[in-house]
Structure formats: C-alpha cells, structure tokens
Write a protein that binds this ligand. Structure first.
Ligand SMILES: [Fe+2]
Ligand SMILES: [Fe+2]
Length: 339
C-alpha cells in the first residue's frame, strides 16, 4: 500500500464556517485554569453520599418542614438555573474556540451545579412530597408559601429569554464579570450558612456547596485577569450596569428582592419573611436580615475592589448605602442568571 500525493498537491479541505466547534484543538494559554480543573476532579462529591437518613423530617413540625422546603424551593430558583446557564456557556466556549481549560472549567461548573440542584431537589422532596408546586395547601401558611413559590418561578422564567441572548449581546468580559459576581455571592452565602446552620446535614451540604462556589470564583477571577486588560471603555460601562443587575438578581436569595426587575405582589415580602423566619428557627442557618445585609455589603466591597483595579466603576447600591454610578433601571433583559 502506498500513500497518494498528486503532483499538484493534496486537495485542501474547505474552510470551516465559524462559529463552530470544529476544527478540534486543545490549546492551553492559562495553566492555572488547568490546575483548577484538576482540583475540581479531586474535590468532586456525590450528593447520594450525604447521610440523608440523619435528616429526619419527623424531627421538625409541619410548619418547619414547609418553611425548609420553601427556602430550598427559593434556592432552586438560582441553583437550578446553574446547569442550563453553564451548559450554554460551555457550548459557547467550544464554538468560540476558547482555550481548552476554559471549556473544561465550564464543564466542571456545570457538573457542580447539577449537584447543587440535586441537593435542592432532595431537600424539597424530603420535607414536602410534591414540592415545590405540585401539592394542595390546607392552611394559610401553606397557601402563602405555595403562592410565593409560584411568583418566584414566574420571575425566573422572565430572565431566561434575556440570558439566552446574552452571548450575542455582550462581549465575554461582561458575561464573565457577571459570573464572577454570582460566584462571589454564592460562596459568601454558603460560607455564612455553613457556620450558622444548627443541623449537621445542613452544615455538611452548605460547606460542600460553598467549597465548589469558591472554586467557581477562582475560575472566573483567573479568566477575567486575562480578559480585562485593554478593556474598551464602552465595555466598562456595560460591566458597571451588569454589576447592578447582579445585585438586583442575587439579592432575592442573599437578602431580599429590591424594587427593580422583580415582579412580585405586595403579599410576597411579608409572607417570605415569616417563612424564612420559621426556617431559621428550625436550624437551617439562614442569616438574619441585618447579618445578610452586612454579608452582602462585604461581598460587594470585594467585587468593588477587584473591578476598580481595572478602572471599572462600581454602581450605586443605595439599598446598602453603597455609593457609585447611577445606571438607571434594570429590566429582565439585563439579568445574567448565575450562581
Ligand atoms: Fe451553585
Ligand atoms: Fe457557582
């Protein structure tokens, strides 16, 4: 058998129209990202291995079970967005030929977020069969919990279309900054709850999720350190606006929903406070309103210190007495849901 090379040379394959996942290649420009990806494999955990039998629903009152289910149903509004959001980022990273470790890191975040979603699923189903929404309330407290979850998911649905367009609408530096903000928020939330939680199973899952979220934050920071230099001023303005959008979106779970974006009836917040209060008394580890505000303020101060190093202005957050640039109204189109 002989190889064939015509005198005029081999025919060239047609150029591949982009964006496309082909041609295949595995470039490594940032070895640190490859290291973080390796760490994600070593730190992997399995939600099935949690000692679920130690979390006995019968140890809680019916109202506490409802409130615990309610909180995890709220968390699911965020953590169940994780898998599809990062799966889309993963596909985008392949199509735009991001270096291999970026793609692998997005894969690992997707993998982790599926675990976090599974924790929400198991908690909801453990405390309230049929939860979050497929059950019939038989008391006033159950009625308001069911109604609030319905309203929350109505809002989740509103940001999905906007997010689907965000990779066409924004340069990667802007999208990654939103990711960074989400990971800063989630690592802060779970660290706080892991230390406050009364029940060992809550402590255990929050500590595991918190460690994942800190790794996600490191991934975002490492990507941004190479994406931010030479950033155009118009992108910087977009990022300032996106930081405010991140605050508006994430406050729902880190603190309380602000006036912008959230389409909620007047009954939502008072009933939410009652339910979260019951979950707190049951040992879930939800911080108090003031602790949450302080925690959020500190997380935002860290984000501010990071972005200002790159000449990106921070938005005003009057809700937490943080001064900055007024970026106007935030709508569902501005929300990049990350956690
Ligand atoms: Fe998560
Ligand atoms: Fe995350």
């Amino acid at each position: 058998m002989e190889i064939v090379i015509p005198k005029e040379g081999l025919p060239e394959p047609p150029p591949i129209p982009q964006p496309n996942i082909f041609p295949i290649e595995w470039r490594v420009e940032t070895p640190r990202l490859a290291e973080i990806y390796e760490r994600s494999k070593v730190q992997a955990w399995n939600p099935s291995d949690i000692a679920w039998s130690d979390l006995d629903p019968a140890a809680f009152s019916r109202e506490q079970r409802l409130a615990l289910m309610y909180w995890f149903a709220c968390l699911a509004n965020f953590d169940a967005s994780g898998p599809p959001v990062f799966a889309r980022a993963l596909v985008h990273a392949f199509e735009s030929h991001e270096q291999d470790p970026v793609r692998k890191c997005f894969f690992s975040i997707t993998r982790d977020e599926v675990n976090h979603e599974e924790v929400c699923q198991r908690m909801v189903q453990r405390f309230w069969p049929g939860g979050p929404l497929d059950w019939t309330p038989v008391s006033s407290l159950e009625l308001v919990a069911h109604n609030n979850i319905g309203w929350l998911y109505h809002n989740g649905a509103r940001y999905w279309t906007g997010f689907n367009r965000s990779f066409d609408k924004y340069p990667l530096a802007v999208v990654f900054t939103s990711f960074m903000m989400g990971e800063m928020a989630s690592s802060t939330l779970f660290r706080g709850m892991a230390s406050e939680a009364g029940h060992p199973i809550f402590k255990d899952v929050f500590a595991r999720i918190g460690r994942d979220e800190s790794r996600h934050l490191q991934i975002c920071m490492t990507i941004l350190e190479s994406t931010w230099p030479g950033l155009q001023d118009s992108y910087k303005e977009m990022i300032t606006r996106q930081l405010r959008a991140g605050f508006v979106f994430l406050s729902m779970i880190l603190w309380e929903p602000p006036d912008q974006f959230w389409d909620l009836p007047g009954t939502f917040l008072p009933n939410h406070r009652v339910l979260v209060g019951i979950a707190r008394e049951a040992g879930l580890g939800v911080l108090t309103f003031e602790q949450q505000a302080e925690n959020w303020r500190q997380a935002l101060a860290r984000v501010r210190a990071i972005v200002e190093r790159w000449g990106i202005e921070f938005p005003a957050i009057p809700e937490l007495d943080i001064d900055g640039v007024d970026v106007g109204d935030i709508s569902s189109d501005d929300i990049i849901p990350v956690f």
